[in-house]
Design a protein around this ligand. Structure first.
Ligand code: 5AD
Ligand code: SF4
Length: 440
């Protein structure tokens, strides 16, 4: 038997790309590839890219440039670009960087093994179609190899919202949901392999409407189905849009044991003028009322969010409205970004905010969010929480896991094994994690 070929995949961007990279590696496994952690000994390099902000796309080109020496030393080395930059720029990537042998969009990666074979004959191969067939079904089944305690599972892709700043509707296409039985089959398979916590993924995951035995199911209905799987202990989902936060999903947060008290619900801005220009189709007030309803169903839920500062025509008063909204919500965690112009999106045509002003706003927002994040984390001290242990810590006898609220928790002298879900009393709060002790 010939030695296995080596595949180096580098993943940028969101969790959906992490999931896609796993599936691409599995499907190339059928071509005799095993994964390697370094590009230096690879026979194939694949960059799974993100196009959400300008910097993310530029990083891809500078990374590609660094492979020049490797390709010169090993002419058979195949270099591929996958993901959203591949979708958005297509053949332009090969023009700009002739080292690239293949370009595959996020909807076509089930065709990767065939593309790899063609690239092996020296051909340049490009596929950025939105094919009719279901790529997840065309992919080789996930092999039975043992898995860690947590896993991502993509249930929905694409976005129909067209926020004025965002490339996702163009790179990932229209909203599509996977059928319920396929999601359940994959979840059962993951649990058999050791997974205890599944995070359901989708660009608009709460717009899920997958075909079930008696018509479409909502995300909440899917979660109730997953709740029945023995051995699955925790369910999470991300990312949600406020306008798709249905009553049954809110209710499930109060009644479904395995659904964790954590919700990532981006609002982007707090000024109604900016929200309107962003085409968000909700107001600051409707978002705040929604948060109230969610907290009425599950008072201890930890809320997470995304924010953009310096969106075109954002004034200091508009920015102040974002700070006011943050004060009102009290986020447990949040991600904030400076607006980045994306060619082809409606906002790209509008008057831009002075970059220095946008930097200053980002700093002020991040200072407030960091303070809130710390307050929420500190408020865990003295409480008893569930912790799903994932791995040993840096010190002998220490174990690290995640709380129900997704905080990292360290426990010293801990007899728990990876995959164990145990009750823990939180004793102290550090910069980015909590420390606790096992109860019982
Ligand atoms: N500029 C800055 N941030 C953006 N996001 C999406 N598009 C842009 C852009 N053009 C942010 C949003 C989104 C997150 C995934 O990335 O906050 O929720
Ligand atoms: Fe982009 Fe808006 Fe769709 Fe989220 S909801 S993926 S920000 S267009």
């Amino acid at each position: 038997m010939s030695a296995p070929k080596k595949l180096y995949i580098k993943t940028y961007g969101c969790q959906m790309n992490v999931y896609d990279s796993e599936r691409m590696a599995e499907s190339l496994g059928g071509q005799g590839y095993v994964e390697t952690q370094s590009p230096d000994d690879a026979d194939m390099i694949l960059l799974n890219t993100c196009h959400i902000r300008e910097k993310a796309a530029e990083k891809v080109y500078s990374e590609l440039g660094r492979f020049k020496g490797l390709k010169a030393a090993k002419p058979d080395l195949k270099i591929g670009v996958a993901g959203c930059v591949a979708q958005a720029e297509g053949a332009e990537i090969m023009r700009r960087q002739p080292l690239v042998d293949l370009v595959v969009g996020p909807q076509s990666y089930h065709r990767l093994p065939a593309m790899e074979a063609r690239a092996g004959t020296g051909e340049k191969v490009l596929d950025t179609d939105f094919p009719e067939e279901d790529k997840f079904e065309k992919l080789a089944r996930r092999p039975k190899a043992k898995r860690g305690p947590t896993a991502f599972l993509t249930v929905q892709e694409g976005c129909d919202k067209f926020c004025a700043f965002c490339v996702v509707p163009y790179t990932r296409g229209a909203e599509v949901s996977r059928p319920v039985d396929r999601v359940l089959r994959e979840a059962e398979d993951l649990v058999e392999r050791g997974v205890r916590e599944i995070t359901l993924l989708g660009q608009n995951v709460n717009a899920y409407h997958g075909a079930g035995p008696e018509g479409d199911m909502t995300l909440a209905q899917l979660i109730w189905q997953l709740n029945e799987i023995d051995g699955l202990e925790r369910i999470r989902f991300t990312t949600s849009h406020p306008n798709d936060m249905m009553d049954d999903l809110i209710e499930a947060h109060g009644t479904c044991d395995k659904l964790m008290p954590y919700l990532h619900l981006p609002v982007q801005a707090g000024s109604d003028k900016i929200l309107k220009r962003m085409n968000r189709a909700h107001t600051a007030d409707s978002y705040l009322r929604l948060i109230e309803r969610i907290r009425a169903a599950r008072p201890d839920i930890l809320i997470s969010g995304d924010f953009i500062v310096g969106f075109p025509e954002e004034t200091e008063a508009d920015f102040q409205a974002t700070l006011d909204l943050v004060e009102a919500v009290k986020y447990g965690t949040a991600y904030s970004f400076k607006y980045s112009t994306r060619p082809g999106t409606p906002a790209a045509e509008r008057a831009q905010v002075d970059p220095a002003e946008a930097d200053d706003r980002l700093q002020r927002l991040q200072a407030l969010l960091t303070r809130q994040q710390r307050e929420v984390q500190d408020s865990m001290v003295g409480r008893e929480v569930g912790v799903l242990f994932e791995r040993p810590g840096r010190f002998a006898g220490q174990m690290v896991g995640k709380s129900d609220y997704l905080h990292a928790v360290h426990v010293a002298d801990c007899d728990a094994a990876p995959g164990d879900l145990r009750r823990v009393r939180i004793v102290s709060s550090g910069t980015n994690s909590l420390a606790g002790e096992l109860i019982g």
